[in-house]
Design a protein around this ligand. Structure first.
Ligand code: PBG
Length: 333
């Protein structure tokens, strides 16, 4: 490339048409998975203290959410439960009940017959009284004892009609175990999105308040014995490689923005769809800045944050902004 003054990169930036013509990455509504929180009861949606504009929905609100997502072209919903303490116990056995809140949410969504996929979290944190993702044996989150329960949880959701199961527990070997049990039971078409590189992050704090799943009462502190150390990057590639080898259909990196380097490395290393999760703490950080911005700049801020995932190589993004962004994109903003 000749240098200045023959080459002037600003030439193509001078007008709208040439900026559009040279745009490398775009967001579309179909890039998004929209996470929703559901809870029991039939009152109004419950505002979540730490997540401005996000609510815990009742099952009765799901129809409107599905219709809204369908109208805006969002392909997939991810549902997370916020359960009453009275159904929680040490082993999270409510996760295996055919009429638990998530099974009823799956059925409610599927009964609407929209062209929308339902993805569900496979982990025990929202079901256990201690808030850990697995069962505790001998003072530790026990890997192999947890695998059996996660397979049963996956099967339970498969029977309720889930389209994608998303193990977020970070136990070793869970993808292999879950794939085998789904296949043995006639669910070989059910997809697995592995939370493959999931870091032990403080950015999950608002989620834990939203789902009431704070893992402090178990006495084991945070989740560093199973979620990844934020200081590591090579290890993320090993985690992702293992989940692919064990049969994951797609892999996820989480959190999102501070971990775009991991998404990029995964994109370059594996010929696999990589998803990024813009987690609750990122959402709330963006909300905090938005509150200080004039209305006209708020959408641009969200778009800039989300485009970064596409630039990093993501095939799709889980974001609490999914609906707002899809709505704006469809109205050409
Ligand atoms: C549960 C789970 C968590 C999130 C998604 N699934 C919390 C955790 O691991 O403690 C976090 C999502 C977010 O912060 O938006 N295993």
């Amino acid at each position: 490339m000749p240098g200045f003054p023959i080459t002037r990169l600003r030439r193509a930036r001078m007008r709208g048409f040439s900026r559009r013509m040279l745009t490398e990455h775009r967001l579309t509504p179909s890039d998004f998975i929209w996470p929703l929180f559901v809870t029991e009861g039939d009152g109004d949606p419950e505002p979540i203290d730490g997540m401005a504009g996000v609510y815990r929905l009742r099952l009765t609100h799901l129809k409107a959410a599905v219709k809204a997502a369908e109208k805006e072209g969002i392909p997939t919903l991810a549902v997370f439960p916020c359960l009453d303490d009275k159904v929680k116990n040490d082993d999270g056995t409510n996760a295996l009940k055919a009429d638990n809140l998530i099974c009823r949410a799956i059925k409610t969504i599927k009964d609407i017959n929209a062209d929308i996929g339902v993805m569900v979290d496979i982990a025990l944190d929202t079901f256990t009284s201690h808030g850990h993702d697995g069962v505790i044996r001998g003072g530790q989150v026990d890997n192999d004892a947890t695998l059996e329960i996660l397979s049963a949880q996956s099967l339970n959701y498969a029977e309720a009609g889930a389209d994608i199961v998303a193990p977020s527990d970070m136990m070793d070997g869970r993808i292999k175990t879950i794939r085998a049990s789904l296949d043995e039971n006639g669910y070989s078409d059910l997809m697995i999105m592995a939370y493959a590189a999931k870091y032990a992050s403080t950015l999950y704090a608002p989620f834990r308040e939203a789902a009431r799943s704070n893992p402090l009462s178990g006495g084991l502190g945070d989740k560093a014995s199973y979620q990844m150390n934020p200081a590591n990057s090579d290890e993320a590639l090993r985690e992702i490689a293992l989940d692919i080898q064990e049969g994951a259909d797609f892999v996820m990196v989480k959190p999102g923005m501070p971990y775009l380097d991991i998404m990029r490395r995964a994109y370059e290393a594996f010929n696999m769809p990589i998803f990024g999760y813009q987690v609750s703490g990122e959402y709330q950080m963006i909300q905090a800045l938005m509150a200080t911005l004039p209305e006209t700049q708020r959408h641009a801020l969200i778009m800039e944050m989300l485009l970064a995932f596409k630039r990093a190589g993501c095939a799709g993004i889980l974001s609490y902004f999914a609906y707002d962004v899809a709505y704006q994109l469809n109205r050409n903003q």
